[in-house]
Write a protein that binds this ligand. Structure first.
Ligand code: SF4
Ligand code: MG
Length: 324
């Protein structure tokens, strides 16, 4: 069943000179209970802003967000408060989100206190239980953030996020700041917690390699728009959008010995255009190797093609890559 649905979400900011930065530009997507939806795109594509819109940490410019069937688009802070425990965000940089003068135990206790979890003893027990759940030693409850490694600090951030038994966790590049060797451990923790607690994730990353093994479905974003949504396996086997294809070709492939052809590397030319000056038509056309005249004038809508959604006038035919 659908846990969260976003319809035509738009988020614009005012930049210097009063011009609008079109950070999120008409995104519609659904998050199914128990799944992990990966959201992938280059930095500046609006994925963090979208994440904040989904859990209403920011106001939308237009569009709607429904959580568990309730329209939360325009709820005030006060009306959102009882829903907060169910919708949580894990940040990229746990260090920045932790108060350096409060112990790890205090940091994890804070949401419990704010939402009236129980008396001091109940909160202490819950914090200890949460330390167990995220693989931190109870002996480290009274340590300060600087005494932990990056991976341990992210575990503290995760413990805070799951403290109140959320339904949905939006994780915004939760492993990007970590050493590669630690990334896998934290990704495994996310997977274990999902199984144990029945969590639903929106997992934001700039790298298709990171979300590959944690995502059931993947939404690819470019310049504030979702350009492709597909089952993870299908997306990797046969990307339909030329941008997905280019992103995938940049992921190092492991030779599995099957003799399958390696992906041809697609090098994107040019920078990501500014979200202040969006190109007309398909916003990817200045960089797209498959662009044709139509692409410069008409914006392609997200539509269903062979079991996935793709916003492209000339999608790569699914199967043309996988079938060989
Ligand atoms: Fe490329 Fe045209 Fe498709 Fe845009 S619509 S991705 S420019 S082929
Ligand atoms: Mg970001």
């Amino acid at each position: 069943s659908t846990l969260l649905s976003a319809t035509d979400v738009v988020k614009h900011f005012r930049a210097g000179g009063g011009r609008a930065v079109q950070a999120v530009n008409g995104v519609s997507l659904e998050v199914v209970s128990g799944e992990t939806l990966g959201v992938v795109g280059e930095s500046g594509c609006g994925k963090s802003t979208l994440g904040r819109c989904l859990v209403r940490l920011t106001d939308l410019t237009s569009g709607t967000v429904e959580f568990q069937g309730q329209d939360i688009t325009s709820l005030s802070r006060r009306r959102l408060r009882p829903l907060r425990p169910a919708m949580q965000l894990v940040f990229q940089d746990p260090y920045a989100s932790l108060n350096p003068r409060r112990t790890a135990g205090d940091a994890v206790a804070e949401p419990l206190r704010i939402h009236g979890y129980g008396d001091a003893a109940a909160i202490r027990n819950r914090v200890a239980e949460l330390f167990d759940l995220v693989g931190l030693a109870r002996a480290h409850l009274d340590r300060y953030p600087h005494e932990f490694s990056g991976g341990q600090r992210q575990r503290i951030g995760i413990a805070r996020a799951i403290a109140l038994n959320p339904k949905l966790v939006v994780a915004d590049e939760p492993v990007s700041a970590l050493d590669v060797s630690v990334q896998a451990q934290v990704l495994n923790l996310f997977a274990d917690l999902q199984e144990e607690l029945g969590l639903t994730y929106v997992f934001i990353a700039h790298d298709l390699g990171v979300v590959r093994h944690v995502s059931d479905r993947i939404a690819v974003m470019y310049l504030g728009e979702v350009v492709e949504v597909a089952e993870a396996e299908e997306l990797y086997a046969a990307p339909a959008h030329p941008y997905t294809n280019a992103l995938l070709s940049a992921v190092p492939e492991i030779d599995d010995g099957s003799g399958a052809p390696r992906r041809e590397r697609v090098v994107l030319t040019g920078d990501v255009p500014s979200p202040i000056d969006r190109p007309n038509g398909c916003s990817f056309h200045p960089r797209c190797p498959a662009a044709q005249a139509l692409c410069r004038t008409e914006r392609p809508a997200l539509r269903s093609v062979a079991g996935r959604q793709v916003a492209c006038h000339f999608p790569i035919s699914p199967g043309s890559i996988a079938a060989e």
